[in-house]
Design a protein around this ligand. Structure first.
Ligand code: PMP
Length: 354
């Protein structure tokens, strides 16, 4: 009965998120969630929200979250926008800041939601090929554009771009918005938030889903100068007045304020990553250098689809992308606990023996 659809719906190719299987005892290394739970202060804050006040709407501005983010990064609250996960923040960014005559630019291998937003909001785009080592070369982006967006570190490669390269891009590309998606930055890359005061066209987006272990709460934010934030607020207030509910607001504030817990969690994930990289290299894997909570690896002799299927038979799920061909032999493996890493390495050893 698609005759009832609006015309654009026929044209959409929606994003397909990683599987959330309902099987117990699965080693789930496919969606870059944090293996450690959120800060105990978050859980206490959520419990405190259960009560009569749930009959009231939440603060439409999520002001406490805006203030907590502003305090954390030492920026004015006028520089902060919050939303229901960074996916929602990014959707508003595409709608509010990236729709112009010229196509926007992003890497050919990157977060696959970007072309989906382009489809939804009818934003023209052009992809720029990653270099031979899967790196972003900023000089390739120095061409007419309606905006530039990429994650740092990039996904699914995990490769980080030095801040000096981002600054070089900003110095030359002054007439369109540059969005740096820092979903994974806390696991080892340099944040561009410190450049926001200097560059009026820089917007940095973040999420609480990864380093703050809150993928289930759905909170993300963006940091940029007030004229960029105003555009996002105008779109948000034309879309949903209350994107963050009372739990999300209280939980997010507690997560952002518990800096010690966040730092400790990141440290543990990075330590596990470094051990896993060494072990996989010893098994014959080529592993790209990762600054994220996942690694991107291919075996010198075995195909990616087969390896993913064989891991799945052993109750281990990782992410495999069939396209583009250049990455079809890679597996994107989320960093879990040390114990999960050992189960993965053990399973790989068995698979590779056959
Ligand atoms: N950006 C990148 C690069 C991601 O990989 C993800 C997670 N899928 C997001 C943004 C969105 O994360 P969330 O909506 O959970 O904040």
């Amino acid at each position: 009965m698609s005759k009832f659809w609006s015309a654009i719906v026929h044209e959409l190719t929606p994003y397909v998120p990683g599987e959330q299987p309902k099987i117990n005892n699965l080693v789930k290394l496919n969606t870059n969630e944090n293996p450690y739970g959120p800060s105990p202060r978050v859980l206490a804050a959520l419990e405190a929200e259960v009560g009569d006040s749930l009959r009231l709407y939440p603060d439409p501005t999520s002001g406490r979250v805006v203030q907590a983010v502003a305090n954390f990064y030492d920026v004015p609250p006028t520089h902060v926008f919050v939303g229901n996960g960074s996916d929602e923040v990014l959707a508003h960014v595409f709608h509010a800041l990236l729709k112009h005559e010229a196509p926007i630019l992003f890497p050919d291998i990157t977060y696959s939601f970007y072309p989906v937003y382009c489809g939804l909001y009818e934003v023209e785009y052009k992809t720029i090929a990653l270099g031979d080592e899967f790196q972003i070369n900023v000089q390739d982006y120095l061409q007419p554009n309606g905006g530039i967006i990429f994650p740092n570190p990039n996904a699914p490669t995990g490769r980080a771009l030095p801040l000096a390269d981002i600054e070089r891009l900003l110095q030359t590309n002054t007439e369109s918005v540059v969005v740096i998606d820092e979903a994974y930055v806390d696991f080892g890359a340099e944040s561009a938030v410190g450049l926001v005061q200097q560059y009026p066209n820089l917007l940095v987006t973040h999420t609480l889903s990864k380093a703050r272990s809150l993928a289930g709460l759905r909170v993300g934010y963006a940091i940029g100068q007030p004229h960029l934030i105003e555009a996002l607020v105008r779109v948000k207030d034309s879309f949903n007045s209350y994107p963050l509910d009372r739990f999300a607001i209280s939980g997010a504030v507690a997560a952002i304020e518990d800096k010690a817990y966040f730092e400790e969690t990141c440290r543990k994930v990075v330590a596990t990553r470094e051990k896993l990289v060494t072990e996989l290299r010893n098994l014959g894997f080529v592993v790209l250098p990762s600054a994220a909570n996942f690694i991107f690896a291919r075996h010198a002799e075995r195909g990616g689809a087969d390896l993913a299927a064989m891991l799945r038979e052993r109750n281990i799920v990782v992410r495999h992308f069939a396209k583009p061909a250049r990455i079809s032999d890679f597996l994107r493996i989320t960093i879990g606990t040390d114990e999960q890493s050992q189960l993965l390495v053990q399973a790989m050893k068995e698979i590779l023996q056959n």
